[in-house]
Write a protein that binds this ligand. Structure first.
Ligand code: NAD
Length: 700
């Protein structure tokens, strides 16, 4: 095990038999995916790989050398062949002739597209010259924690030499771009026996004559660093030892759940944020340590790290031994404002005449002694990845501060990268966020017909969704399906019986610990029953009232509590029923409970308005497809009461409707989406019937 990374040495996963059957670009992809598949080798989206490949020129039919290099954006671990840009090597060489010097290096980026081979639409990355001008066929640029730990020490040059001798060189910090490409080119030419270079405060370059060569060199060089740190750090406590002890896991999670909506309230007014909580051993080792304040203030080193995490985190003052969470919350306003002031001051100190306007001054990473790390970003994946990057930074600081003096990146250099015009252009090119991006929804009965369709609709527009249901099996199925369709970040499932006060509280606490807060409640969990009043048992009556009326009350109360703490408003949508407005013979318990829901929604609309909380109702009718209600007794009872066979019901209801159309779960979901989104920002206390038209349920 390594003291730096807490992991074993890297295994060689190269399979010659597999690689032999591949074309050169396919081998490049194979190598890239192998490298990026291990986060100890490079962080998500970090680093790039290249190969110089002989290809037939579509214009002349002649053989030309083409640089295949990871294009702008993307991640080497998960990329496909289309993630590489392809450029004529001779045209890239020609660019050296028109380069006007460091002051003008940014203009070279636009020229890269003139070197495109074979009309490849993948935009070339600013790192392209770093690969093009290294005189080797295969080049890997990685961000391994163990090597960045060397690169981020004050004596990184000496340590690189001590560990690698002549095999690996060292270049001083320089922002990636054309000039760094020329530096690398010069180094490689002057040091023909070198296998690569450590870039100060940045990462590692390695090269080889074949794809396998390059891959194996990269692994060997990283393993050497891991082993070296093992020797140096063995038996020594990291970060100056523990200053405070970690709380128990359940306490940590409970404090995170208290804290996250409060932070979200203070940083989410311009753009809603999604939170992520990490209390892994590596994080706790840092936040509980004697060195926390000093190291956190120094900021991160690798540009990749701070672009995702901001230059430094916000360390919240908390003494886990006292457990004074109220004190922590009371200090939050001041701490967040101090951080913002600090960020504004950094912007003012470092800004250039043409710098883009200041971006969001709030912290991304929040460190809480005894508890863990919280991160907030515009969506869950970005928040999770930010915390993974800060974990990389912790690993780097552990190594660097253990063997020498750790140094963050110079402030002006950091600023010049953060507010680089090319970075700004990249941000401007990002697609507009979806309408529910940054929103968190809790859908009860989420594993049923209407609940599942609703969850899918909200996910489709970018919301994070928690499916809450009493049926564990159906819930697992629904979560698995949505994870497949939308990725693992956006969806969670919690088993909740909506009639159980404690279970409801726990379900919301889980939601908050997973995503940081709540914006939308869809109260939908339900059952149906039918029987004449004389035959309606007290048990049946209570069951309807419990699930439909009390259940809707319990989840609404919990959502309201959260909305009020969060101060960002909220949207509640009740799935009631036509039967809540229109009396129906032989189903008094169900109809009465549904009427209670509708009236509860109106009362809550009144109560919530001053806090921006909107409460609206959707009334479905006869949604047979996908509904578990309609697959049981209810179907038989309804068929019997209309003197029909069960398979005649769908047609019966279609013909009964004014529009002569069947109503599907997706139709209900569309109305929920409208009421949950800002499209209906000015509607509250309303009812939308989605029943293909039925005069007895007209609202008045
Ligand atoms: P469904 O049975 O397919 O889904 C209901 C879900 O609620 C199920 O997954 C079930 O496990 C869950 N549930 C039941 N009791 C629960 C509890 N105590 N705690 C947590 N979860 C619980 O039915 P559906 O048709 O999707 O109905 C959804 C809602 O729509 C219900 O409130 C229902 O009354 C209402 N509704 C449906 C129709 C229709 O025709 N399908 C018409 C009007 C109203």
């Amino acid at each position: 095990m390594s003291a730096t990374t807490g992991t074993k040495l890297l295994d060689n996963r190269w399979d010659d038999a597999k690689a032999a059957a591949m074309s050169e670009p396919e081998r490049l992809l194979y190598r890239s995916n192998l490298l990026g598949g291990d986060k100890r080798i490079t962080n998500y989206g970090g680093g790039n790989t290249s190969a110089k490949v002989e290809e037939r020129d579509p214009l002349t039919g002649e053989s030309v050398t083409v640089l295949w290099v990871k294009g702008s954006g993307g991640d080497v671990g998960t990329m496909k062949l289309d993630g590489f840009s392809t450029l004529y090597q001779d045209k890239l060489e020609a660019l050296r002739g028109i380069y006007r010097g460091l002051e003008h290096e940014d203009e070279m980026v636009a020229l890269l597209s003139h070197c495109t081979f074979n009309l490849n639409p993948r935009a070339a990355s600013i790192d392209t010259p770093l690969h093009a001008y290294v005189p080797y066929r295969h080049v890997d640029h990685m961000h391994p924690d163990a090597v960045i730990a060397i690169a981020a020490t004050k004596r990184s040059r000496e340590l690189t030499r001590e560990i690698y001798g002549d095999e690996i060189g060292w270049l001083p910090w320089r922002r990636p771009g054309f000039e760094l490409g020329l530096d690398l080119s010069k180094f490689a030419a002057e040091n023909p026996s070198a296998k690569g270079v450590v870039l100060e405060s940045h990462g590692l370059f390695t090269w080889g004559d074949t794809a396998r060569d390059s891959y194996e060199t990269t692994l060997r060089i990283i393993n050497k660093a891991i082993e070296w740190f093992d020797g140096q750090l063995a038996g020594r406590p990291a970060f100056g030892g523990e200053r405070v002890s970690a709380l128990e896991p359940a306490q940590r999670r409970a404090i995170a759940a208290r804290l996250m909506p409060e932070i979200r309230a203070r940083i989410g007014t311009d753009e809603r944020k999604i939170g992520h909580f990490d209390d892994s051993a590596a994080v706790l080792g840092f936040v509980n340590s004697a060195e926390l304040d000093r190291l956190a203030a120094l900021g991160t080193s690798c540009p990749d790290h701070f672009l995702r995490t901001k230059i430094r985190p916000l360390v919240l003052a908390f003494d886990p031994a006292s457990g004074d969470v109220d004190g922590l919350l009371a200090g939050l306003d001041g701490e967040i404002e101090t951080y913002r002031d600090g960020y504004r001051a950094y912007y003012d100190r470092c800004r250039r005449a043409n710098s883009p306007a200041m971006r969001d001054p709030n912290a991304v990473i929040y460190l809480v002694p005894g508890v863990g790390m919280l991160s907030f970003a515009k969506d869950k994946a970005t928040a999770r990845i930010a915390s993974e990057f800060y974990l990389n930074a912790i690993n780097v600081m552990r190594g660097a501060s253990g063997v020498d003096v750790y140094q963050g990146l110079d402030e002006q250099e950091a600023f010049d990268i953060e507010y680089w015009l090319l970075e700004e252009a990249k941000l401007q090119r990002m697609p507009k966020p979806k309408s529910l991006a940054g929103r968190i929804a809790f859908v009860t009965g989420g594993a049923g017909g209407i609940g599942r369709a609703t969850a899918g609709r909200l996910l489709q527009d970018g919301a994070c969704v928690v499916l809450a249901d009493i049926d564990q099996g159906a819930l697992d199925g629904a979560v698995a399906e949505f994870t497949k369709g939308f990725g693992a970040d956006q969806v969670r499932g919690v088993v909740v019986n909506v009639t159980d006060e404690g279970a409801v509280e726990r379900g919301f606490a889980e939601t908050v610990a997973e995503f940081g807060g709540l914006d939308i409640l869809v109260s939908n969990a339900g059952i149906a029953s039918a029987s004449p009043i004389e035959e309606t048992t007290l048990e049946v009556w209570n069951r309807n009232i419990d699930i439909l009326a009390t259940g809707y009350f319990l989840v609404s109360r919990e959502a309201f509590r959260l909305f009020r703490r969060q101060k960002l408003g909220g949207a509640v949508v009740f799935i009631a029923s036509k039967n809540g407005l229109a009396a129906s013979a032989g189903a008094a318990a169900y109809c009465t409970a549904k009427a209670a829901e509708i009236h509860l929604a109106r009362c809550l609309a009144l109560e919530g308005a001053e806090a921006g909380i909107r409460v609206n109702t959707v009334n479905p009718d006869a949604v047979l497809r996908g509904s578990k209600i309609w697959s049981g007794e209810w179907r038989e009872q309804r068929a019997a009461s209309s003197k029909l066979q069960t398979d005649q019901l769908e047609e019966h209801y279609r013909n009964r409707s004014m529009l002569k159309r069947s109503v599907f779960p997706e139709d209900i979901a569309e109305a929920v989406y409208f009421l949950a989104s800002d499209l209906s920002a000015k509607s509250t206390g309303n009812i939308i019937n989605v029943d293909a038209g039925n005069p007895i349920s007209f609202t008045r």
